[in-house]
Design a protein around this ligand. Structure first.
Ligand SMILES: Nc1ncnc2c1ncn2[C@@H]1O[C@H](COP(=O)(O)OP(=O)(O)OP(=O)(O)O)[C@@H](O)[C@H]1O
Ligand SMILES: [Mg+2]
Length: 270
């Protein structure tokens, strides 16, 4: 279970450039649940994922994962429990290393060095088997440098690396946004299959209203460092992409009002 309580993060505090990226964000996720995060550009989605992953320490608030208070843990410590896939297909793997070597690194994460760095026949077999399950023909490219693969192929492998040890939490930050539509669909299909098979607790940021509506069991909508909607159950089941778009239009309309009127409306809404 993931529990985020009253998390605040301000960049450049007390300066003219101050950005209040997270203004006391709270939510919990049950084990095996899948939550989508949507929101306008700069609303704090990535900052929220980074706060959970430990990219920086938060100003205040608490992050708990599977019963542990991880608020003070480093990013490295959290990486043993949290798998991540980013937007950029080039950021998740080492381009000059081969497909097999990259996956072997992920497979050996947290294991003692005594097991050696050479790629054992057993591990190579396991890697080929997992690649075969992706049905992308990547099992035939074990010895190719990852840099030679397409963006979609790289994201598929990064997804496999991030989930190799069945993490307590999987964080996906617009991991299909840089791909062509066909590759994006393929990576989304794989995401769905892997997450369902291993019942992974998954938090996915997406700009695609289609993905938000069709995947997962909950949608959190962010705006200006806060959650402005939390939709699940029958409410989410009924949603269409257009419904989400009109909620964004509504937020934009409210932003165009003078701040004073905006504040007043905010009070009336709650
Ligand atoms: N490391 C940082 N240093 C300074 N400011 C930051 C940092 N990270 C994020 N911000 C600021 O915090 C705000 C929220 O950014 P964030 O990246 O979380 O938005 P986002 O919702 O992910 O947007 P997008 O949809 O464009 O990815 C922005 O104003 C951004 O400039
Ligand atoms: Mg972002």
């Amino acid at each position: 279970m993931l529990r985020v309580s009253e998390v605040v993060k301000t960049f450049y505090p007390g300066t003219p450039n101050e950005v209040r990226s997270l203004r006391g964000v709270s939510f919990t996720m049950e084990p095996g649940s899948f939550t989508n995060v949507i929101g306008t550009n700069g609303s704090g989605k990535s900052t929220m994922l980074n706060a959970v992953a430990g990219v920086f320490l938060v100003d205040s608030g608490r992050v708990e994962l599977a019963g542990d208070d991880i608020t003070g843990w480093t990013e490295h410590q959290r990486a043993r429990r949290i798998g991540r896939v980013f937007q950029n297909p080039f950021s998740g793997s080492a381009p000059t290393m081969t497909v097999a070597e990259n996956l072997a690194l992920a497979a050996r994460r947290g294991m003692s060095r005594g097991l050696g760095w050479s790629l054992s026949t057993t591990l190579r077999g396991q890697i080929a088997e997992r690649l075969r399950s992706l049905k992308m023909g990547l099992e035939d490219r074990l010895d190719n440098p990852i840099g030679n693969l397409s963006g979609g192929q790289r994201q598929a492998i990064t997804l496999l690396m991030a989930t190799w040890h069945k993490p307590d939490l999987l964080l996906l930050d617009e991991h299909t946004a840089a791909l062509d539509p066909r590759s994006a669909d393929q990576v989304i299909r794989l995401t769905h299959e892997i997450v369902a098979q291993d019942r992974l607790t998954t938090l996915m940021v997406t700009h695609s209203m289609q993905q938000a509506v069709h995947l997962g069991d909950r949608i959190l909508m962010m705006h200006k460092g806060e959650f402005v909607a939390d939709l699940s159950g029958s409410q989410k089941a009924r949603l269409r992409p257009e419904d989400l778009l009109s909620r964004f239009d509504e937020l934009r309309r409210r932003d165009q009002l003078t701040p004073a009127v905006g504040d007043m409306l905010e009070k009336l809404y709650v």
